[in-house]
Design a protein. Sequence first.
Length: 323
Amino acid sequence: MDSDEEHDKILDIFADNLSDIPSESDESFDSGNDTVTPSKRRTIVISSDSEPENLNNSTHDFECNLRLGCQDNDWSKEDFQPNLEKFEGNSGVTVLPSDCKNIIEVTNLIFDNDLFEFFCHQSNIYYNQNLGKHKISKTKKWSPVTPTDMKKFLGLIVLMGRTRKDTWKEYWSTNPALAVPIFPQTMTRNRFEQIWTYWHFNDNANMTKSSSRLFKIQSVLDHFISKFQTIYKPMRELSLDEGMIPWRGRLLFQTYNPAKIIKYGLLVRMVCESKTGYICNMEIYTGEGKKLNDSILSLLRPYLDLGHHIYQGFIKRSIQEAE
């Protein structure tokens, strides 16, 4: 650059304002404090050959190229025509229901009997682990959860999203002005409350200090990812993107971005089919020190060496990493 002023302008233009997360080392993730505070923008100063691990590697490489004028990354006046490899993937649905117009059969491709059996098994284990902690009246005597119970339970939860009430107990109201007959016809209020209290996804007895922060939901997350990748194979064009699950509760790895409409939530990195938005792979950011490069490679691993075209815009990458 001819002047420091022009150089600073370029850095501002290419500054990373698109990423939904702060640096992996932010204290909001490493400490036990549940208060989430906005991250401060950091100025990267290149003072040695090895940068601290808490600096974003892609930002370091990019600014290093600008400051040092790296010859390999200079723009050229001639267009380069890459040699695009032939796409070798088999796109399309791999598992078809017997009746594609039957909503239940289509849903069962993902929410299969094994998943409901798993829900019931873990919920019954969790109840037995907490058996002596609560007094249960005779009218609320426990009976093991069955797959039929679990399907009714989840069905009512879906309906709650369509019919809003001030409290969940109002769904079982006998007041004609508030009543929703399908709820008491499907399940008693006491039974719903029982299942809600002990609904669980993993055995706490297997949890250790080294367990992932996603331990309690990891099995369910793995199930859905496996189903997404099994029942459908994406077309050539894939999109690497980020999404935010809104959340304002007590959670150590909640992220904060004041520039977004959804400021608080869980950050999810995804690989989607560009044309349809179908989720092919995903990873929930937990702030446990996993580098962004490793996350991207992990997400793309099932689709490497097949000739896919990857498009991404949620965060800038260096030329070396793109290669």
